[in-house]
Design a protein around this ligand. Structure first.
Ligand SMILES: NC(=O)c1ccc[n+]([C@@H]2O[C@H](COP(=O)([O-])OP(=O)(O)OC[C@H]3O[C@@H](n4cnc5c(N)ncnc54)[C@H](O)[C@@H]3O)[C@@H](O)[C@H]2O)c1
Ligand SMILES: O=C(O)C(=O)C[C@@H](O)[C@H](O)[C@H](O)COP(=O)(O)O
Ligand SMILES: [Zn+2]
Length: 424
């Protein structure tokens, strides 16, 4: 059950009351999740596999992102990379461009291209980018456009992102802007991209001065999560993605947080059923938030818990030095510390958060390179800033409660930086 979030007396402090969802009547042989509060939006369901003639015997679930005529399914399961019917259903036109990187290409490109080409009706082009956050920029983005133009891809083409969040964010932005918009499909291959970045349509690239500063909201036509691809994901990357999973529990889903506390060992052992549950619950939480506030007018900002501190760390130490989830983990702990110092949460919530992040093998200390001044400079250009004033997502009330606000005692922010910054 999602928690009702704490309200605030401040007019600039949004009341982030989240709707609850519950299990409703089964459809076919499976379950359907609904928001059971005032807004009855179907956010998630499990499809009848009979819809897909050549689907493999493995089962999969579907979480729907409800955005009216731009709604789309997130398919979650095993063996889905080879399920040609599933992907082809969402690739109209006669051409597709698969965007991936040097690490993922030898692992999963051949199968992805084979699935797309299986009908014999699609010409599939490929562009392989260099790997790493340091390449998430305008210069490397141009390589996607260069390839698309060289291959004479038209407006009916589909850009397919095969990879982690870097590839997904860049391909989505390329799809949003190539010939003013072409179709887009996400095939995430990291925990981070499966639980977060492939869903919700935030796309873009970094600027040397700040993370994701250039981009667009642009939704995919479907997200295909094949959990088998996680078999090759390095441990450090695996842990990184879990920072966002912990985030969902903290901002809106106390039961999910408690489930994580109870199942973290199985999660870290990559047990399939546990992994699938974590991905499904994360996608359901994200889909609900995105359906309520696609373009971050209010409640969507809560998905940024820890990110104001975290993005400052990623930019400050140099893109790629710290992984996104590592920086977010430290950001989450700083936000929790500050919330506790403000008297907004009990110390036990801070302690439980720290323990869970540590069990996910995530850092909870600021890198030594970060000075207080560097934090302040980088945080000032955060996209959530309002008229030069930093606004933060802070925890408030019971576990699962948070607020997005610029109305807090600035001394507590200073105190937080003083407590966590070790240098200069
Ligand atoms: N758009 C959003 O809503 C959103 C949400 C969260 C994060 N992000 C962005 O996502 C990026 C981080 O994503 P990420 O953590 O996936 O990093 P990433 O895309 O850099 O991938 C992590 C590393 O794992 C490799 N890799 C990917 N899949 C693999 C696999 N199956 N097997 C082996 N290696 C594999 C990649 O080549 C890379 O080296 C950041 O730029 C962050 O800002 C965006
Ligand atoms: O989807 C969202 O909204 C998020 O904030 C998800 C974050 O985990 C993600 O890192 C996102 O890219 C951050 O967005 P930004 O607007 O702060 O760049
Ligand atoms: Zn993030």
């Amino acid at each position: 059950m999602s928690r009702a979030l704490s309200s605030s007396s401040s007019p600039r402090c949004l009341d982030l009351r989240s709707p609850k969802y519950s299990l409703a009547a089964p459809i076919c042989r499976a379950s359907r999740f609904r928001i059971s509060a005032s807004r009855k939006i179907q956010v998630a369901s499990t499809v009848d596999r009979r819809c897909f003639a050549s689907a493999p015997p493995e089962s999969f679930s579907v979480v729907n992102v409800d955005l009216g005529d731009r709604s789309y399914p997130i398919y979650i399961g095993s063996g889905l990379l080879d399920n040609s019917d599933l992907i082809r259903k969402h690739v109209p036109g006669r051409t597709a461009l698969v965007v991936t990187n040097e690490t993922i290409a030898p692992l999963y490109l051949e199968r992805t291209v084979a699935a797309l080409e299986s009908s014999g009706e699609l010409r599939v082009e490929v562009v392989i980018l260099p790997d790493g956050e340091q390449h998430k920029n305008i210069d490397v983005l141009m390589r996607i456009f260069d390839k698309a133009l060289e291959a004479q891809l038209d407006r009916q083409t589909t850009f397919v992102a095969l990879g982690g969040g870097v590839i997904g964010d860049m391909t989505g932005f390329a799809a949003a802007s190539y010939q003013r918009g072409v179709h887009f499909v996400q095939i995430p291959t990291t925990v981070m991209s499966m639980v977060d970045s492939s869903v919700g349509g935030k796309t873009g690239v970094n600027h040397p001065a700040g993370k994701n500063m250039i981009g667009a909201f642009y939704q995919p036509r479907c997200v295909l999560v094949d959990i088998d691809t996680l078999e090759t994901l390095p441990d450090r990357e695996f842990s990184s993605g879990l920072a966002e999973v912990v985030k969902y529990g903290l901002i809106r889903d106390d039961e999910f947080f408690e489930w994580q506390e109870a199942n973290v060992e199985k999660l870290m052992a990559r047990e399939a059923a546990t992994l699938i549950h974590a991905i499904e619950k994360s996608c359901i939480n994200k889909a609900e938030v995105v359906a309520l506030d696609e373009r971050e007018g209010g409640v969507r900002a809560t998905l940024n818990l820890g990110h104001t501190f975290g993005h400052a760390i990623e930019t400050g130490v140099g893109y790629g030095e710290w992984l996104h989830g590592e920086a977010v983990s430290v950001g989450i702990i700083m936000a929790a510390f500050m919330s506790e110092r403000l008297g907004w949460i009990d110390q036990s919530i801070f302690n439980r958060t720290k323990t869970l992040l540590e069990k996910c093998r995530l850092p909870v200390q600021v890198p030594s390179l970060m000075t207080k001044q560097l934090f302040m400079n980088l945080m000032a250009i955060d996209k959530k800033s309002d008229n030069g004033q930093v606004r933060l997502i802070l925890l408030r009330g019971e576990l699962g409660g948070c607020v997005f606000t610029g109305e807090f005692d600035r001394l507590k922010l200073e105190e937080t930086l003083d407590n966590y910054v070790t240098s200069g």
